[in-house]
Design a protein around this ligand. Structure first.
Ligand SMILES: [Zn+2]
Length: 329
């Protein structure tokens, strides 16, 4: 389960407003197939894990041609032949129990008749919970909520979305010794991650000084068909040179304001900046994303005091990506 959660963190926020969910089918203690729900509108993690496992167990290539969740459900209903009855399935989140665009995963697990279902965190979405109960009512053994504390940070953006509150995080890039100035610090893969995140957020907040000095574009050019977020320039001084590229990006609104009230109108908000900006707004954020390069540079370093708790870290090509939450006393 810990491995699944770690894998999910590599896609954190990219399935927004859905949570990133991981699932894994196990037979006789060996992993058969894994699925990660990493983009809204694609099949859920359990469906992908079962699809991959079906192919592994049967070598039937027909299922590999199916991308649509409904088609995978139908195919499995007709062809499963009870091959999963001696398998267990792990899922980081309680299987959904809601007929939406696709039938619920709870129904699929029930029909596949798994020996046991192991759930990381019980679901708190009103439309989707009840999956565990449906399975137990069908005499499937369910081990619930085994990693609730570990997975709760991963699910925080989803829980804020359910509460109708924005999820707000601050992103910055630094070298191993905390230098934050002097051109691009991150590797190409981390720059792409930032652009994937900009595609998912709906508001990007940046300090006025950064806009004046860096003259940024703040778009999504490193990925295909990315949406460009609205921009809030947090500044007392309202005059900006409108030839700065960020003002020229299509399909975006740019606000210049000396308060952060606008955040409440948005769902997913990213701040980008350095230590001065972070110091100023640190009480407003839910999470901190640090892209740590593995180089050392003799430049200006982060000057800030902030107590953090590490939620996850992983290697992203040449960089280390770290997700933190603030320590609250
Ligand atoms: Zn589902």
């Amino acid at each position: 389960m810990k491995l699944l959660i770690d894998e999910c963190w590599e896609y954190q926020l990219l399935a927004y407003p859905n949570p990133v969910v991981g699932a894994m089918v196990v037979k006789d203690g060996a992993m058969i197939g894994v699925g990660i729900h990493k983009e809204a509108g694609t099949p859920h993690a359990e469906v992908l894990a079962i699809k991959n496992s079906f192919y592994k167990l049967t070598s039937n290539e027909d299922i590999l041609k199916l991308e649509n969740s409904n088609d995978i459900h139908d195919f499995l209903y007709q062809n499963h032949n009870n091959i999963f009855e001696d398998c267990e399935i792990y899922s980081t989140l309680e299987p959904c129990n809601h007929y939406g665009k696709t039938p619920p995963c709870s129904k699929l697990l029930e029909i596949m008749n798994f020996k046991r279902v192991i759930v990381g965190a019980n679901d708190f979405g009103q439309n989707s919970n009840g999956g565990n109960k449906l399975l137990k009512d069908s005499n499937i053994k369910v081990t619930e909520n085994i990693l609730n504390n570990d997975s709760i940070a991963l699910l925080k953006p989803f829980s804020k979305w359910i509460e109708n509150k924005p999820f707000v995080f601050f992103k910055y890039a630094q070298t191993l010794n905390g230098a934050i100035t002097g051109g691009y610090i991150s590797c190409q893969k981390s720059l792409e991650l930032v652009h994937k995140l900009r595609d998912k957020i709906d508001l990007l907040v940046i300090g006025g000084d950064t806009v004046r000095i860096d003259r940024p574009t703040l778009d999504t050019r490193f990925i295909e068909n990315g949406n460009n977020p609205d921009i809030l320039i947090y500044s007392r001084q309202k005059n900006f040179d409108k030839s700065i590229p960020l003002f020229d990006v299509p399909n975006r609104e740019v606000f210049i304001e000396n308060n952060l009230d606008r955040i409440k109108e948005y769902k997913l908000v990213m701040f980008e900046g350095g230590d001065k900006f972070l110091n100023l707004i640190k009480d407003k954020i839910d999470a901190l994303l640090v892209l740590n390069s593995t180089s050392l540079k003799n430049r200006n370093n982060m000057k800030i005091d902030l107590d953090l708790k590490l939620d996850n870290m992983y290697q992203n090509d040449k960089d280390i990506v770290m997700w933190f939450q603030k320590v609250t006393y």
